[in-house]
Design a protein around this ligand. Structure first.
Ligand SMILES: Nc1nc2c(ncn2[C@@H]2O[C@H](COP(=O)(O)OP(=O)(O)OP(=O)(O)O)[C@@H](O)[C@H]2O)c(=O)[nH]1
Ligand SMILES: [Mg+2]
Length: 376
């Protein structure tokens, strides 16, 4: 039988006899399907604040992802909704272990996170991975696209992977990542990993939102500090010398000793904890368990000396202050009176008829006056 599934039919003009040998067949068109109820509601539905809150708390991944999209949005309306959602989920956040991971491009961060994440999932944990691309404000995130591949991990039900988009409005990537951490925690993720490429400023930002900070380096990549600013070594809790495999073990061990002695002479960043250096191979799964044991020791020590909570509290306060600064800046530059004055001061400065300091002070006065007018 030519067409057991009845998928094809003969055209009207086909000869009625000898039909099996006639070469032309027409495939039946698929019946047009209406979008299913759930699909339609996914596309169209506007969720209320409570829908978001309930969805997040019950770990509905679709709603969690949509809530993060709101957090990431630069629109004022989305920002307002996301803040209401965050306020409601705040009491349910904070229960995860937050781990920051930095390292130069190609050090093996993603490979490590994939194997480490799978290791944690096997232990029964739920893992969220947020990847921060510092260059995204310049490249609009294009670099990240093909660098976030953690294929095996992303297929796991108990894993949630989310790249952070470019900066934009208030607080930029930092605000978005911090708030995304809170949403993931409220959804029940036990370990939240924040990956960032090491280019200086970002390590400090990531350090300010995590409990444990791991730097991944590779031995024998020329300069021992590999473009990692020296200051970064001062904020680490552990360094993993990666790619200690395929004949690279000796170099890795030498690098380990070097970093150990560098760390010996510096003030530990975390009270009661001496930063550790280990060698490993993210690709072959070496050192994964060591890092997890180390993190557990770290959590035990910092919880028993209270530093864990102290640091989290300090991070929250610091966060409020830095947002206030950002907010002031945004409002300042958006003020019409300020905009006009900046233009006229520019001319005066170029004419040397006012000093930059005096102009700056005057601008602040213009701003305050304008604000008090709008308030009265
Ligand atoms: N031999 C060896 N290769 C590794 C190891 N870890 C990662 N690699 C390889 O190094 C390359 C870069 O690894 P990634 O995990 O993408 O590195 P990354 O630090 O996330 O890189 P960026 O996201 O670009 O900053 C890939 O080809 C990996 O297969 C390792 O332990 N040993
Ligand atoms: Mg990566």
């Amino acid at each position: 039988m030519l067409d057991p599934d009845n998928k094809y039919y003969k055209p009207d003009w086909a000869p009625s006899e000898n039909s099996e040998s006639f070469a032309v067949r027409i495939m039946k068109a698929e019946e047009k399907k209406e979008p299913s109820e759930s699909h339609a509601s996914f596309v169209k539905k506007e969720y209320s604040v409570d829908d978001y809150v309930q969805g997040i708390l019950s770990n509905n991944r679709t709603i969690l992802a949509k809530a993060i999209t709101l957090i990431e949005s630069n629109s004022k309306k989305h920002f307002d909704i996301s803040q209401q959602v965050l306020n409601k989920i705040l009491p349910h956040s904070g229960k995860s272990i937050r781990i920051g991971i930095s390292g130069v491009p190609g050090a093996g961060k993603s490979t490590f996170i994939e194997n480490f994440g799978l290791f944690l999932i096997n232990k029964g944990f739920k893992v969220a991975v947020l990847t921060v691309d510092p260059s995204s404000s310049i490249t609009k995130g294009s670099i990240l696209g093909d660098k976030t591949r953690m294929e095996k991990l992303s297929r796991e039900q108990n894993c949630f992977i989310r790249p952070s988009p470019s900066g934009g409005a208030l607080g930029g990537v930092t605000r978005k990542t911090r708030e995304t951490i809170l949403a993931c925690e409220a959804a029940g993720y036990d370990v939240v990993i924040v990956e960032t490429v090491g280019v200086g400023q970002n390590e400090i930002a990531v350090r300010s939102m995590v409990d444990f900070y791991l730097l991944i380096l590779v031995a024998g990549a020329g300069d021992e500090l590999q473009g990692i600013k020296k200051g970064v070594i001062e904020i680490v809790d552990a360094i993993m010398i990666n790619k200690a495999d395929s004949g690279n073990e000796l170099k890795a061990n030498a690098a380990k000793s070097e970093y150990e002695s560098a760390l010996r002479y510096q003030q530990p960043f975390t009270k009661g904890w001496k930063p550790k250096v280990i060698t490993g191979s993210a690709l072959f799964g070496k050192g994964i368990e060591d890092i997890w044991n180390l993190i557990n020791d770290f959590i035990n020590i910092t919880k028993s000396n209270n530093f864990f909570e102290e640091r989290r509290s300090a991070q929250r306060i610091e966060w409020m202050l830095s947002l206030t600064e950002d907010l002031l800046k945004i409002k300042f530059y958006a003020d019409e009176e300020v905009k006009k004055s900046i233009q006229s001061f520019k001319v005066e400065i170029l004419n040397n008829s006012i000093s930059p300091s005096l102009a700056a002070e005057s601008l602040i006065k213009v701003f305050f006056k304008s604000v008090s007018k709008t308030l009265s």
